[in-house]
Design a protein around this ligand. Structure first.
Ligand code: WT7
Length: 648
C-alpha cells in the first residue's frame, strides 16, 4: 500500500492518522519509500518504553547527506539550497546551490578524514550562522562522525562540560561571529574551554570576523588551508565526489545538549534514518511546502529548531532556505520584513518571543515592506499568547496566511502536535492535532488517564500532564553515555509512556493546548533552562550560601528568571553583589541564563525535611502573595513574610 507523502486535505489527514495508528508498519514503510536507501530495512519498528528501546527501519542502510544533497543534483543542482543573509544588511548575500553545497560538504568530509576523523567520532561545532556551519554539520554526517553543535551563547565552562561528556576529539569553530551590534570571540571561548582538556586533537578555525586569535601549533588549523587542500582531493576533472559512509538506520546522527530538571545538561541522541524521515515528513506536511517555495526559519542552528527546519528537513525536501546570520531587531526592527520582501519568502517560521518583541516596535517598521509573498506562518518554542497570535495574523499574514503553532521538543526531533497549514484548522494559542503516528495522552499525577471536566462554557476539557503512548520515527534514542538517564528522565515517571514535562489541555475534538512546563524547567525566550542549573551557577559565587530559582511571567521573554539568594559575603553593596552574581552565571552557563531579578533573603521556605517549597516562591515571584496556600508545614513560616515584604 502506498500513501501520499504530502497530506492535502482534512480527510487525507484523518485517513493518514488512522492508518498510522492501526497499521504503523505499513504506513511508515510507505513514507520511508520516499527516501534514498543503500539498502532497505528488514523491520519497520521494534520497541518498548521500559528499557527504553526504539529501533526504526533496522537493517536499513543509508547516508542522510545523500538524501539532503546527492539525490537532488540531477534535477536541481543549480537550485539554491540556501540564501544566506548576512548580519550587516549592506554586506553581500551568498547563494549556495545544491551543487555548491555538495562540493563543500565533500570537501569538509575530506578535510575531516585528512585529520583522522572516523565514523562514530564526536565533533563539536561552535560557529555563527554562516553557510560553513551547515557544511561542517553535513561534512560530519557524510563520514558518519557524530556532530554536537553548541549554541554561540554558551560559556567556556558549558563547552568544557559538553566536550567532556561527549569525549569529543575535534572542534570546528570560527574566529568570531557577528550578532547584531556584537562581535563574539568564539575561538577565544574555545581556548578557555580547552584549558586542561587532554582529549581534543584538533580545532579547525574558519575566518569570519578576522579578530586576532591564538593558533596553537599542532592543534589549531585554519579551515581555509585545510579546505583548499581537500578541494584538490575531491575534485577530479571538474567532477566532485566523496563517497558517503554507509550508516545503519539506527546509527547516531548527532548529539544536542539540552536542559532538564537536574543540574547537568543531557546529550540528546538522534538516529540517522528515523530523524531524517521525521524532519522531512513534518516539514512537508506542517508547512505544506511546495516545490519552489522560499522557507525562512529564524532560529539558530545551535538549537534543535535549526537542526531540523533549517538544515535537515528542508534540504531533504529539496527546498530553498533563507539562512540569517543576524537578529530581528538589528539594525532595526524591520529586519525580518526586509528579508521577507527581498527574498520573496513564502514560509516564515519564528518564535513567540520574537513576535512579542517586534510587536513592541509598533507598525512603523512594516511600512513599505511587501509581505505578499508569504503563504504560511509558523511559531515554535513556547505557548503563544492570543495577543501575539493576532498581531502576527493581522499584520504579517494579513489574515490570509494560516499560522501553524508547532509543539515539539529537542527530544522529539521534529514537530509532534500542530495544525497543517491550510489543511486542518488553526486556533489561537492551540497547537491543535497530533501528526500521524503521534498518540498524545493526558495523565494525572499518578499516571492515570485524566478525565474531562466541564469548562466555563460548558464544553468538556481534559487537563493533565502530556505523555505520548508510542514511538514516532524522530523520538530520542538515548542520552549520550548514560542510557539509564534517558529512561529515568523520560520513561520512568509514568509506566509505558514518554513524558514530555509539559502540561496541556485537550478539548472534545482531540485538540491540544500546551500550557507550559510542569517540571523545574524554565522557558526563557523559547530557550530551555533548568532551574537547578541556574542555582548551581549562582551558588558558585563565593558570597552565596544558597539560592532558589523560579520562573515568573515576563511580557517579552514568556518567562523571566527570579532568583532568591542567601548571601553571606561582606563585599560591596547589594547592586554590585547582584552584578557579581550575574557575571558568575554568565561565566558558568552563558548570558542566556542570567536572572532577571535577584532578591536577597535571610532564609528560604523549607519543609522540616529540608525541601525548598518552590510553589511558595513561585507564587511570590508571580506577585500572587495572597494565595500562598498551606505554609504550616514549614520549618520557619516567618521567612515567608520576610520574602513577601522584600519582593522585587
Ligand atoms: C519545550 C521544548 C521545539 C523547538 C524549540 C524548543 C515548549 C515548544 C511549543 C509550542 C507551547 C512549546 C514546551 C516544550 N514548546 N513549542 N508550540 N507551544 N510550548 O525546544 O528547547 O527542547 O523546548 O518548549 O514547553 O517542552 P526545547
Amino acid at each position: 500500500m502506498s500513501y501520499p507523502f504530502q497530506i492535502t486535505s482534512q480527510e487525507q489527514y484523518e485517513m493518514a492518522y488512522r492508518v498510522s495508528i492501526n497499521e504503523p508498519d505499513q504506513f511508515w514503510a510507505s513514507v520511508a519509500d520516499n527516501f534514498l536507501w543503500r539498502k532497505k530495512w528488514d523491520n519497520v519498528l521494534e520497541w518498548n518504553f521500559k528499557d527504553p528501546k526504539v529501533k526504526w527501519f533496522q537493517g536499513g542502510k543509508l547516508n542522510i547527506t545523500e538524501n539532503c544533497i546527492d539525490r537532488h543534483l540531477k534535477t536541481m543542482g543549480e537550485k539554491p539550497a540556501f540564501i544566506w543573509e548576512p548580519n550587516n544588511p549592506e554586506d553581500r548575500v551568498r547563494v549556495v546551490t545544491y551543487n555548491r553545497l555538495h562540493k563543500r560538504v565533500c570537501q569538509v568530509a575530506q578535510m575531516l578524514k585528512n585529520n583522522g576523523v572516523k565514523k562514530g567520532d564526536r565533533v563539536c561545532i561552535y560557529m555563527g550562522m554562516i553557510p560553513e556551519l551547515v557544511y561542517a554539520i553535513l561534512g560530519c554526517a557524510r563520514i558518519g562522525a557524530i556532530h554536537s553543535v553548541i549554541f554561540g551563547g554558551f560559556s567556556a565552562q558549558s563547552i568544557a562540560d559538553r566536550l567532556e561528556d561527549a569525549q569529543a576529539e575535534y572542534i570546528i569553530t570560527c574566529d568570531g561571529a557577528y550578532r547584531g551590534g556584537k562581535d563574539i570571540p568564539l575561538k577565544n571561548v574555545i581556548d578557555d574551554a580547552l584549558v586542561g582538556n587532554k582529549k581534543v586533537k584538533n580545532v579547525i578555525v574558519y575566518t569570519r570576523t578576522r579578530i586576532p586569535v591564538s593558533m596553537i601549533k599542532g592543534r589549531d588549523l585554519w579551515w581555509e588551508d585545510e579546505m583548499e587542500h581537500a578541494e584538490a582531493q575531491v575534485e577530479k576533472d571538474g567532477v566532485v565526489s566523496f563517497p558517503a559512509e554507509e550508516m545503519d538506520a539506527e546509527d547516531p546522527l548527532f548529539i544536542l545538549y539540552t536542559s532538564g530538571s537536574t543540574g547537568k545538561p543531557k546529550g540528546v541522541v538522534h538516529s540517522s534514518a528515523g530523524y531524517m524521515i521525521w524532519t522531512t515528513y513534518t516539514f512537508v506536511n506542517v508547512f505544506q511546502y511546495k516545490p519552489g517555495d522560499i522557507h525562512f526559519c529564524t532560529a539558530d542552528i545551535g538549537w534543535i529548531t535549526g537542526h531540523s527546519y533549517i538544515c535537515y528537513g528542508p534540504l531533504c525536501a529539496g527546498a530553498t532556505s533563507v539562512m540569517f546570520e543576524g537578529i530581528p531587531t538589528w539594525p532595526d526592527a524591520g529586519r525580518l520584513w526586509d528579508i521577507v520582501d527581498k527574498h520573496n519568502v513564502n514560509i516564515l517560521y519564528t518564535a513567540p518571543t520574537a513576535i512579542r518583541s517586534l510587536m513592541g516596535f509598533g507598525l512603523e517598521p512594516l511600512k513599505g515592506k511587501d509581505l505578499s509573498s508569504l503563504r504560511t506562518l509558523g511559531t515554535v518554542g513556547e505557548p503563544i499568547n492570543e495577543e501575539a497570535w493576532h498581531w502576527y495574523d493581522d499584520n504579517i499574514g494579513k489574515n490570509k496566511c494560516p499560522i501553524v503553532d508547532t509543539w515539539w521538543q529537542t527530544e522529539t526531533g521534529g514537530i509532534l502536535i500542530s495544525n497543517l497549514a491550510g489543511i486542518t484548522p488553526a486556533r489561537p494559542a492551540w497547537a491543535t492535532l497530533p501528526l500521524p503516528g503521534v498518540q498524545p495522552v493526558l495523565v494525572d499525577e499518578n499516571g492515570k488517564e485524566a478525565s474531562p471536566n466541564p469548562s466555563d462554557g460548558g464544553a468538556l476539557v481534559t487537563s493533565g500532564n502530556l505523555c505520548i503512548k508510542a514511538p514516532w520515527p524522530g523520538i530520542i534514542r538515548t542520552t549520550w553515555g548514560d542510557h539509564d538517564r534517558c529512561r529515568q528522565n523520560y520513561f520512568a515517571t509514568y509506566e509505558n509512556l514518554y513524558f514530555t514535562g509539559d502540561g496541556a489541555l485537550e478539548d472534545e475534538q482531540g485538540n491540544f493546548r500546551i500550557t507550559g512546563r510542569v517540571d523545574d524547567v524554565l522557558n526563557v525566550s523559547g530557550h530551555r533552562i533548568g532551574t537547578a542549573e541556574v542555582e548551581n551557577a549562582i551558588n558558585m559565587h563565593a558570597g552565596v550560601v544558597e539560592s532558589a530559582v523560579v520562573g515568573y511571567p515576563h511580557a517579552l521573554k514568556g518567562q523571566g528568571i527570579y532568583a532568591y539568594v542567601i548571601y553571606n559575603g561582606h563585599h560591596g553593596d547589594e547592586s554590585s553583589r547582584r552584578q557579581d552574581i550575574l557575571q558568575t552565571v554568565t561565566r558558568v552557563i552563558g548570558p542566556i541564563a542570567k536572572p532577571d531579578k535577584i532578591q536577597f533573603v535571610s532564609g528560604l521556605p523549607k519543609t522540616r525535611s529540608g525541601k525548598i517549597m518552590r510553589r511558595i516562591l513561585r507564587k511570590i515571584a508571580e506577585g500572587d502573595t495572597a494565595n500562598l496556600g498551606d505554609t504550616t508545614t514549614l520549618l520557619d513560616p516567618a521567612v515567608v513574610d520576610d520574602i513577601k515584604n522584600n519582593k522585587l
